[in-house]
Design a protein around this ligand. Structure first.
Ligand code: PLP
Length: 378
């Protein structure tokens, strides 16, 4: 059976060149980067070269890149350490953040008595900058955590305006850039951002490697203590092969950026047009259908019918995508992001599909998806 993968916001396939770079390193780099002998120093040099390469691609200083295991760990490190080391008394965030930000914020509220304020969002998943400014005016020591792009709706937030407001009132700004690093040009040196996070498996690198961006002047302390690796911020023997693979994947992502962006944007527009043609009552969630306001890699569709089993039925036809929903024991529940942007009535009438693309997807695959949905609907 033909297999179609349209779930690249969940994870991407690894570039062949990345697999090659990693397997070469596995054979050749046997040392522990903390060892003083030549084997260790070779591994150490590979890590530092990877750090320099990553930093250059996103215009950061290499000392600002801390290697971690994933986006979740990066967000945890940043939020937990800012609370402990920067005298933060309040977190301002949104209900549409990834769970690793929401759950960590909740933990800080329950166990560290941190005040939490959730920015309101409208039905499109947009926030009001005025509300943020009003909240920050009291200049209480605050960490603002608002993601760059939403992983379910695809909405891109105005991180420049958010960061400028934060800095005007001396608040720190953390943005989850897991869905955007490797897919958009990012110039961290020029952005009003103190902290950002990234994950290699979202840009065709390996799972188990990520990094946190921590602006130079910001002094955080480790959450994982031990041998003092990663400038004392994250102890543990480094994931040498994962880091090498991540650097290679980011290099290739930026090398191919313009070409991929054009190709995938065109494919997304084609998908929108095909949905409109075959399902005239379709709704696109959030700002998903607006290519200027959403990720070109993601389309969130509200089908004009309700079918809780649709993800499974598409899977049986060889199509993998996400329903924007959490599955538990076979039953599907609407995602928190949809619950926060839709009414119960809307959720009872429509099923959501999150379709997320890469440069390997084709219009023929989209045609097959549409044909399959028409079969399921009838
Ligand atoms: N933040 C966002 C926006 C994400 O989409 C994800 C993964 O889906 C994460 C954080 C978590 O990243 P990881 O899977 O590397 O822990």
């Amino acid at each position: 059976m033909k297999k179609i993968y349209l779930d690249h916001a969940a994870t991407t396939f690894i570039y062949d060149e990345v697999i090659q770079a990693m397997t070469d390193a596995m054979k050749e780099q046997i040392g522990n980067p903390s060892s003083v002998h030549s084997f260790g120093q070779e591994a150490k040099a590979s890590i530092e070269n990877a750090r320099k390469s990553i930093a250059k691609l996103i215009n950061a200083h290499s000392s600002e890149i801390i290697f971690t295991s994933c986006g979740t760990e990066s967000n945890n490190l940043i939020i937990r350490s800012s609370i402990d080391n920067l005298g933060i008394k309040r977190i301002v965030t949104s209900a549409l953040e990834h769970k690793c930000v929401l759950e960590t914020t909740l933990d800080m509220m329950m166990n560290k008595s941190i005040e939490v304020q959730i920015l309101k969002n409208n039905e499109k998943g947009e926030f009001s900058l005025e509300e943020l400014e009003t909240l920050l005016k009291d200049e209480k020591p605050t960490l603002v955590s608002i993601m760059h792009a939403n992983n379910e709706l695809g909405n891109i937030n105005d991180i420049i305006s958010i960061g400028n407001i934060c800095h005007k009132y001396n608040a720190y700004y953390h943005t989850d850039t897991v869905q955007t690093i490797g897919h958009y040009p990012i110039n961290l040196n020029e952005l009003p951002i103190d902290f950002a996070s990234s994950s290699a498996h979202k840009f065709h690198g390996p799972k188990g490697a990520g990094f946190a961006y921590i602006k130079k002047q910001t002094k955080l302390k480790a959450k994982i203590t031990g041998g003092g690796q990663e400038r004392n911020l994250r102890s543990g023997t480094e994931n040498v092969y994962g880091i090498i693979g991540m650097a290679k994947a980011l290099e290739l992502s930026y090398q191919n950026l313009e070409q991929d962006q054009n190709y995938i944007s065109d494919l997304k527009q084609y998908t929108i047009n095909q949905f409109k043609k075959h399902f005239p009552e379709v709704i696109f969630n959030g700002n998903s259908a607006d290519l200027n306001k959403s990720l070109y890699t993601l389309l969130n569709v509200f089908l004009p019918f309700k079918n809780d089993m649709i993800g499974f039925q598409l899977d049986l036809k060889g199509i993998a995508l996400s329903q924007g929903s959490a599955c538990s024991s076979g039953a599907t529940k609407p995602s928190i992001v949809l619950q926060k942007t839709k009414t119960n009535e809307e959720l009872n009438q429509h099923s959501a599909l999150r379709i997320s693309f890469s440069h390997l997807n084709t219009k023929e695959e989209i045609d097959y998806l549409i044909t399959s949905l028409l079969e399921i609907a009838n």
